[in-house]
Design a protein around this ligand. Structure first.
Ligand code: R5P
Length: 299
């Protein structure tokens, strides 16, 4: 039986209910996310920094369809030195288990789709990692890609719907990725269509590519947070400019791979991108920072 809660003087209970102080109705910091369940919000709050509303995700899931691509030949060597600078990891189940220590306490966005490689039709994917597998590995979100306009468009949408349905059941948010086939034009019209479809299916956040014209309309037309992929390796100043432009036009962060781990100085690049994402650094300031950090390393 619990102790009786009485003050020793007079035997009356001393409790403070702050009667008259209304309980605040708490909002939520992410776009389109106010009505989500607590568990999904909690996981999103690990991926996105509640102070800035943004995230720097490190994508290194490329091997699931590209094999040992440049920069990821030895994930055990190239990825761990970058972890302290990023907010979140996007990777495959095998990449995580073999190359990242379980002591690393960063949220993981788990690549769930599989079934295609660069040697074949990339849109012909299935789900290979179940939501339960993702929970077992302590993932904070599920992810799969959709290939709008590709031969297996419908199947990739079904994969996304699976992640969203199962994730909702288990409290895991889903990141929908817009994969753009070689034959597609990466313009605001196409990316806006893909992002909108993904959000309307119920994805909790969307990854897409940056486009020079009209990226702000892609963001505005997508009712959940949008993060950009880096795409092919660019010279460092150009990659930083792209990240800066995307953030200025409303992106809630970047999920960058090759432009970080293939940079001449990956750790310096991760810190420079971080300054853009979380400190509103200009592209020039971030590049100056990159140069300073790389020079410091040389000394
Ligand atoms: C492709 O395999 C994945 O979806 C990547 O996570 C994505 O393309 C982001 O990586 P990157 O910045 O290298 O394009």
């Amino acid at each position: 039986m619990p102790d009786v809660d009485k003050s020793k003087t007079g035997g009356e209970e001393q409790k403070d209910f702050s009667v008259g102080v209304p309980q605040a109705n708490q909002g939520f910091f992410l776009k389109g996310s106010a009505h989500l369940p607590w568990g999904i919000k909690n996981r999103l709050s690990r991926i996105f920094n509640p102070k800035t509303g943004r995230t720097l995700m490190l994508a290194f899931d490329h091997g699931y369809m590209m094999g040992p691509t440049s920069g990821l030949e030895r994930m055990d060597l190239s990825i761990p030195p970058l972890l302290e600078y990023v907010d979140c990891l996007m990777c495959s189940r095998g990449g995580l288990r073999t190359c990242i220590s379980p002591e690393v306490n960063k949220p993981v966005v788990m690549r769930c789709s599989t079934g295609a490689t660069v040697l074949k039709e990339l849109s012909n994917e299935i789900i290979g990692v179940t939501a339960e597998d993702a929970v077992a590995i302590n993932a904070s979100a599920l992810t799969t890609q959709v290939c709008i306009g590709a031969p297996y468009e419908k199947e990739t949408l079904a994969n996304l719907a699976y992640c969203i349905n199962e994730g909702n059941r288990l409290g895991l948010p889903t990141l929908g990725v817009t994969a753009v086939g070689k034959e597609m034009v990466r313009d605001a019209r196409y990316l806006g269509l893909a992002c909108r479809v993904i959000a309307e299916l119920g994805a909790h956040f969307v990854k897409t590519y940056y486009c020079d014209k009209g990226f702000d309309t892609v963001v505005a037309g997508t009712p959940v947070p949008v993060v950009i992929a880096g795409g092919k390796k660019l010279p460092e100043p150009d990659a930083l400019k792209m990240a800066y432009n995307a953030i200025q036009q409303g992106a809630a962060g970047v999920d960058m791979g090759r432009n970080i781990f293939c940079a001449d100085h990956p750790a310096a690049m991760a810190q420079a991108v971080r300054a853009i994402v979380h400190e509103n650094a200009t592209a020039k300031k971030a590049y100056d920072m990159y140069l300073a950090l790389q020079n410091k390393k040389k000394k």
